[in-house]
Design a binder for this molecule. Structure first.
Ligand code: GDP
Length: 434
């Protein structure tokens, strides 16, 4: 998907624009409530074109040194990851030296670049923005954070300039799997362990989606495509260990995949970075398999796996019906099992339950344990269908959908899992009026 990065000095108004872009989407399209949104990343759309927005300036800065580093990091991120770059300046402070430096760096990226002059407050409309022509731009856009005016004109151009993809996926229809995880968890080791075995049947197709690489795996009766962003292979010089940076990297691969293998370091445990990746996969409704890697380094007793698994499930929240495997990418222990499980998750995610069978199983469940009555009114669930979506979504038709609360939705989801088995697959459940 297309990625729009917002770059600029702290406090020029980046997050106002960011939030504005996301709010539109949240309000109109995104109905997945309850999923915490990463504050640096979100989906938006304009004129029917979807894109991802990243706010590159999500960190507080203190000293001048940190400030410099922060800017360099932002610029690098935008240059590496974005399709289009919005460079924001502020009319109240005027054109600063830092602005000029940033602009010079961004210009070298050769990506569509939009200079946006933020006018903080519409009452100051008359402040001159023309000084920004000194940067050598042909055009700039003005925004008012206060009223939001100007966003439309900017987005018209941003979306219009998105590169057209005449790209045809050479692996269309094959399962797409991403190996995600924090730096040094063992992603490359696992990828190599899987692929090295028979080099000749491996096809590397570079540049298939902007910077991502797809590698065909076809062995032991399993055929799938490993999706990898270039960033994962070619280690970047800057801030490799930065959480935000590495999460941004995974995003493209995750969006492009059906199943995400999340690798966790057994010697470190489940940490916030792992949670971020998990959240991304879940939010994008991808199949999920968790691999606890470097298991060879852990001193084990009889309860080790059980305790480790419990600790992870305890932290990931509601959706815990997920396969967790203990592997060593280095010694290749259980990595084929991991492939097998990932394929099972893929198949489950694509599974469609026949309407007749769904009703046969679920209606008696509802009959036996209906939603609690509210103010003497009873919810009657009459009929259900699975939608023809890439990941499982179910609609339950009833008389009073507004009376069906979160706990009952979870109960319904659990019943679906119990009867139809969707391990590792996020499920959506909707109640609607017939
Ligand atoms: P990436 O950054 O996620 O791609 O991680 P790498 O694959 O480069 O691995 C980082 C380091 O961890 C390397 O030194 C690997 O040899 C080591 N490593 C990876 N997997 C394992 C494992 O299962 N066991 C042990 N002991 N070391 C591992």
């Amino acid at each position: 998907s297309n990625i729009v990065a917002i770059v600029g000095r702290p406090n020029v108004g980046k997050s106002t624009l960011f939030n504005r872009l996301l709010e539109r989407r949240e309000a109109i399209v995104d109905s997945t409530a309850g999923v915490t949104r990463d504050r640096h990343y979100g989906k938006s759309d304009w004129n029917g074109v979807d894109f991802t927005v990243i706010d590159t300036g999500g960190y507080d800065v203190g000293t001048d040194d940190v400030f410099e580093m922060e800017i360099r990091k932002q610029v690098q991120l935008a240059v590496d990851e974005a399709t289009s770059i919005i460079f924001m300046v502020n009319v109240e402070e005027g054109l600063t030296d830092t602005d000029q430096e940033i602009y010079e760096l961004l210009r070298k990226a050769n990506k569509p670049l939009y200079l946006v002059v933020n006018k903080v407050d519409s009452s100051k409309e008359e402040l001159p923005a023309t000084e920004f022509y000194q940067l050598g731009v042909e055009k700039y856009y003005t925004l008012s954070s206060a009223t939001g005016s100007g966003t439309g004109e900017l987005l018209d151009d941003v979306v219009k300039d998105f590169p057209t993809t005449d790209y045809k996926d050479p692996f269309e229809g094959l399962p797409k799997i991403t190996i995600a995880g924090r730096p040094n968890v063992g992603k490359s080791t696992l990828t190599n362990a899987l692929l090295d075995v028979e080099r000749n049947i491996v096809t590397d197709i570079a540049g298939t989606t902007r910077d991502s690489i797809q590698t065909l795996y076809n062995k032991f009766g399993h055929e799938f495509v490993l999706v990898d962003t270039a960033g994962m292979r070619r280690k970047s010089k800057v801030n490799e260990d930065l959480e935000f940076y590495s999460v941004m990297r995974s995003i493209r691969s995750i969006e492009f995949s059906d199943v995400v293998i999340i690798m966790v370091d057994a010697t470190l445990g489940w940490e916030s970075q792992d949670m971020n990746i998990f959240g991304l996969a879940q939010k994008n409704r991808k199949g999920i398999v968790i691999l606890v890697n470097k298991w060879d380094l852990v001193e084990k007793d009889t309860n080790s796996t059980r305790d480790f698994e419990a600790a992870i499930k305890n932290k990931i929240g509601q959706f815990t019906d997920i396969p967790i495997l203990f592997v060593s990418a280095l010694t290749k222990q259980r990595i084929l099992k991991a492939v097998e499980v990932a394929m099972e998750v893929y198949n489950d995610r694509a599974k469609k339950i026949k309407t007749s069978r769904l009703n046969e199983v679920m209606l008696p469940v509802f009959e036996a344990l209906p939603p609690p009555a509210i103010k003497g009114k009873y919810v009657k669930i009459k009929y259900c269908v699975q939608l023809p979506t890439p990941s499982p979504q179910f609609v339950f038709f009833c008389n009073l959908p507004q009376y069906v609360k979160e706990p009952y939705k979870r109960f319904t989801e659990n019943q679906l899992r119990k009867h139809f088995g969707f391990t590792g697959v996020p499920i959506e459940v909707y109640f609607r009026q017939k």
